[in-house]
Design a protein around this ligand. Structure first.
Ligand SMILES: Cc1cc2nc3c(=O)[nH]c(=O)nc-3n(C[C@H](O)[C@H](O)[C@H](O)COP(=O)(O)OP(=O)(O)OC[C@H]3O[C@@H](n4cnc5c(N)ncnc54)[C@H](O)[C@@H]3O)c2cc1C
Ligand code: SF4
Length: 496
């Protein structure tokens, strides 16, 4: 392995294949090709870190492992954070370790709608099985399955919603709950502890802290890459890496790959480069219980409700440390402090949707890509229903209050002492009649707002004036049951 921060001269290399990016895509390609005897050079912009470097401290780990200190996202209304890893292992180093197979019906749709051949479930099954074996994928065991999940499971079971323990890639997970900041135990089988070391063992050469700026072309064909080494602070050292190769694989992720291709003027005969960006918009829903939950004493994603996947709605565990949970909980000042003081009794689940909206990636002015994404009306409606369903399940699990992420109705009611729901209230504890409701900025996996200002999401929870009197459990039911209408903002209406 060559650490770019320690390189004191330019480096020129030849290889069969140069792979840019060491995340889920690049690491696997590098290992599979190296194992078949190809001479592979793997180039990664970030450094190589392992469990001994991971302290679990959110701020320090975000600075160490995330691109742009975690402030990457898509511009639109709302603006959506899309965190990315920048380290060996890419985003797998900071992800939750959840490992789903692509569902049968999705693969069938690819085949029927887009003509993707040989990629239906029976074709892919042996590959799924092989990867699952390599990464030790298995459902979350009892030892790391905690109250956040078991309470939610209880609620889902009471409502008859199908759910399951989540399959994860881990060996020796202790349920410390800090997967998003790098696994201190190296238990999570992210690429930096699995496919990258296996690629190196098979003979691949790894160059870390090297930012590829350009794909070299000859007669429109890629023949190599040029990158700049950077120091531990990400500043260029003045030395370059130049790799000439028969094949170039660009695996920089969905946001950075199109930008690098565009900056390098790689021909785009389809005209689709950077288009059709899908991000499964998501938001987190919190809940207050009478009993202790201690959600940090388990893996962050341990249980899912997959009852609504055909509708494009998926609900799964998403417990995060206080520093990340605080911005999405309601209230300010003392009201917010009071909620945070009950952190031991909080549950948290994520509501995700499969989006119909599509964004676009272009090379930005600097190095960061310009990503735009406008959540359309149908997706806004779907997201609101996903929030409603999540709230409904929490209430069925006997949550006292649910924190919806809906700006004008952040607290969805409470159970009274007699077990019946009382009315919900607004951000500052006031009841609120109908109106234009806002969801806090949704974001994939670990949603969190980028700033203090909340963007309006064009969702109207229909008939909510009545909810004030009928109780929030009814509001949640109505949202879950389809009593939600979405309306695109003017800009989106033009494009949807
Ligand atoms: C907080 C979080 C939790 C998640 N949890 C899950 C989960 O539990 N399960 C799941 O399936 N998915 C999860 N995901 C998503 C998943 O991790 C990503 O979809 C996946 O890692 C994408 O793989 P990739 O190879 O395309 O990109 P990445 O894994 O992002 O890897 C791209 C790599 O390329 C490098 N790179 C980019 N540009 C350059 C350049 N110019 N030169 C050199 N190197 C470059 C980057 O530094 C990075 O290391 C999560 C995502 C996040 C943010
Ligand atoms: S929950 Fe498990 S996989 Fe996640 S950081 Fe803790 S030990 Fe690692």
């Amino acid at each position: 392995m060559t650490d770019g921060a320690a390189v004191a001269h330019d480096v020129h290399e030849l290889a069969d294949v140069v792979v840019v990016g060491s995340g889920a895509g690049g690491a696997v390609v590098a290992r599979e090709l190296a194992a078949r005897g190809r001479d592979v050079a793997l180039v990664e912009e970030g450094g190589f870190f392992t469990g001994k470097d991971f302290t679990g401290n959110p701020r320090a780990m975000i600075d160490l492992l995330y691109r742009s200190r975690g402030l990457t996202g898509a511009l639109g209304r709302p603006t959506i954070p899309i965190p990315l890893g920048r380290c060996v292992g890419g985003t797998t180093t900071i992800n939750s370790g959840t490992c789903y197979r692509a569902p049968d019906y999705v693969l069938d749709e690819w085949a029927e709608r887009y003509g993707v051949r040989d990629a239906r479930e029976p074709d892919l099954r042996p590959y799924f099985e092989r990867v699952e074996q390599e990464l030790n994928v298995h459902p979350v065991p009892d030892e790391t399955y905690g109250r956040n999940s078991s309470l939610f499971e209880r609620g889902a079971a009471a409502l008859g919603y199908a759910g399951a323990r989540i399959p994860r890639n881990e060996r020796g997970c202790l349920g410390t709950g800090v997967c998003a900041f790098g696994c201190p135990q190296d238990a999570k089988q992210a690429m930096h502890v699995s496919y990258v070391p296996r690629a190196l063992a098979a003979g691949a050469r790894l160059f870390t802290r090297c930012r590829v700026d350009k794909i070299l072309l000859s007669a429109g064909k890629a023949i190599g890459v040029v990158g700049r080494f950077v120091d531990t602070e990400g500043r260029e050292t003045g030395h370059e890496l130049r790799v000439l190769a028969r094949h170039v694989v660009v695996a920089c992720g969905a946001l950075l790959t199109p930008a690098l291709l565009e900056r390098s003027r790689v021909p785009d005969p389809s005209g689709l480069r950077g288009r059709n960006l899908h991000i499964h918009p998501a938001t987190r829903v919190g809940a207050l219980f009478d009993e202790e939950v201690r959600g940090w004493e388990e893996v962050p994603q341990a249980y899912n409700v997959h009852h609504f996947t055909r509708e494009g709605i998926f609900i799964q565990g998403q417990f995060v440390p206080p520093a990340m949970e605080a911005p999405v909980l309601p209230g300010v000042g003392t009201a917010h402090k009071e909620i945070m003081a009950r952190y031991t009794r909080l549950g948290s689940f994520g509501a995700l949707i499969s989006d119909e909206s599509a964004g676009r990636v272009r090379a930005g002015r600097g190095r960061a890509p310009r990503v735009t994404y406008q959540l359309g009306a149908a997706d806004a409606k779907k997201l609101a229903r996903a929030v409603g369903l999540t709230a409904e399940i929490f209430f069925a699990a006997r949550a006292r209050e649910v924190y919806s992420g809906v700006h004008s109705r952040p607290v969805l009611g409470r159970l009274r002492d007699d077990g019946l729901p009382s009315a919900g209230h607004g951000a500052h504890g006031r009841g609120r009649a109908a109106g234009r409701h806002r969801l806090r900025r949704p974001g994939p996996w670990h949603a969190r707002p980028l700033g203090r200002r909340r963007e309006p999401l064009p969702v109207v929870l229909q008939g909510e004036s009545a909810d004030h009197h009928h109780g929030a459990r009814h509001a949640a039911r109505r949202a879950a049951g389809g009593g939600v209408v979405g309306r695109a903002p003017r800009s989106a209406r033009r494009s949807v």
